[in-house]
Design a protein around this ligand. Structure first.
Ligand code: PLP
Length: 417
């Protein structure tokens, strides 16, 4: 199909050309004396994205799922009890992983479309007088439903219950796009992947661990080799890895951090919010509902849009892809068929996102959903136009090359030629 593919799944996201070029490197000796410079700069700088000074980052050649496992296996033992909130497919999958590595998972189920119920976390912890619960697992941004949870509120709940449990947070589809405050929120283990806000291909599972989390390593008896924090810490201290690192991914990550810092993290978050508000304006104009049940849960990285009863979200996605070369996110598990998702994170601006909104609108009409043609595009466009930053003064146009030349001379030169 001619033209480009319009990628609006909520990860992998568009990889900027700058990152692709940075990744296009010849292989080199990862044990050379020069090599450590680059990883050491990454370890230092990625902490700024997690907003931590004390946390220790770990970069595994894996994905977010590997990050989940690394966070749990390095800090817990088989049979340990953990409390986990479930309100979407990714919180569900983390619970499944925790169960399969031998943890005793107590699940707090919330409706899909809601976020982490901090009050119920507090209740469960307060009832745990003998501190059997070793950890609380929360997904910051539930990609399946487009819901962002208040991690600060979960920390407050743990503190209110005066409970020593570690706080484990998945910010796979949040970090680098929406604000994350590891130190302020008292997050003990933060997990992310490379293919979302960091704008890289999938291939890195990144975990940041607090000093309190690292102190659990000796006691933690879950089996781990590839994901062992201890091996990583020994090698990382001097800028090396315990096994062969993925060089392109590391060079790409270096470039990704540079790009984020050049824009400024707070500007990145503001851009994501503004883009998301435009999508939400489109959804409202279509007369449709988000899966997220209340504005305080609206995600700035992904919108899960409910299709009207009698329609199948999968049909919208199929037509969008086959007819318009537009990739939308599917409804997963419990919400399969009930919605489609527009990912709006990473390297993105208004007009790029407009293609996702326009294509969704066309695909919905193709399958018979009677949204008014142009309504979503108009709503998003007007929102973005009205909230655009004021233009800086227009730079003076450069003088035309002939402008300084006396007319007579120029005419003579032409005549003589
Ligand atoms: N957690 C969340 C919130 C996700 O969105 C995803 C993937 O989309 C994962 C975890 C799993 O990450 P990965 O597919 O990189 O293993």
């Amino acid at each position: 199909m001619p033209g480009r593919n319009h990628l609006f799944v909520p990860g992998p996201t568009n990889t900027p050309d700058r990152i692709l070029r940075a990744m296009h490197v010849a292989m080199e000796d990862h044990r050379s004396s020069k090599f450590p410079e680059m990883p050491l700069s990454i370890f230092r700088d990625i902490k700024k994205v997690f907003k931590t000074t004390e946390g220790q980052p770990f970069i595994f050649p894996a994905t977010g799922t590997g990050g989940w496992e690394a966070a749990l296996a390095n800090t817990l033992s088989p049979g340990d009890k953990v409390l986990a909130c479930r309100y979407g497919q990714f919180s569900h999958l983390w619970i499944d992983l925790a169960t399969r590595i031998g943890l005793n998972v107590h699940v707090i189920d919330a409706e899909w479309g809601e976020g982490a119920p901090a009050d119920r976390v507090e209740e469960a912890l307060a009832a745990d007088k003998i501190h059997e619960i070793k950890g609380v697992l929360v997904v910051h941004n539930e990609t399946a439903t487009g819901v962002t949870s208040d991690i600060g509120a979960v920390r407050k709940a743990i503190n209110a219950a005066k409970h020593p449990a570690l706080l484990y947070v998945d910010s796979v589809s949040g970090l680098g796009s929406i604000d994350f405050r590891m130190d302020e929120w008292g997050v003990d283990l933060a997990v992310t992947g490379s293919q979302k806000g960091l704008m890289l291909p999938a291939g890195l599972g990144i975990v940041c661990a607090s000093p309190k989390a690292l102190a659990q390593r000796e006691k933690a008896k879950c089996a781990r080799v590839f994901f062992d924090f201890g091996d990583m810490m020994k090698a990382n201290a001097t800028g090396y890895f315990p096994y062969t690192p993925s060089l392109p991914m590391l060079y790409g990550l270096r470039e990704s951090l540079d790009i984020l810092f050049e824009e400024g993290l707070e500007n990145v978050y503001a851009r994501h919010h503004r883009l998301a508000e435009g999508v939400r304006a489109a959804v409202k104009a279509w007369g449709l509902e988000l899966c997220a049940k209340a504005p305080h849960w609206y995600s700035d990285t992904v919108s899960a849009i409910m299709v009207p009863p009698g329609f199948n979200g999968a049909d919208v996605i199929d037509v969008a892809f086959r007819r318009y070369n537009l990739a939308l996110g599917a409804g997963l598990s419990k919400v399969a068929g009930k919605l489609f998702r527009i990912g709006h994170l990473g390297d993105l601006n208004e007009l790029m996102l407009m293609s996702g909104i326009a294509g969704s609108e066309m695909a919905m009409r193709d399958v018979g959903i009677q949204v008014t043609p142009g309504s979503g595009v108009a709503a998003a466009g007007e929102y973005w136009r009205k909230t655009a930053a004021p233009l800086a003064a227009r730079p003076a146009a450069p003088a035309a090359p002939d402008a300084a030349r006396p007319a007579g001379k120029a005419a003579k030169a032409t005549a003589g030629a």
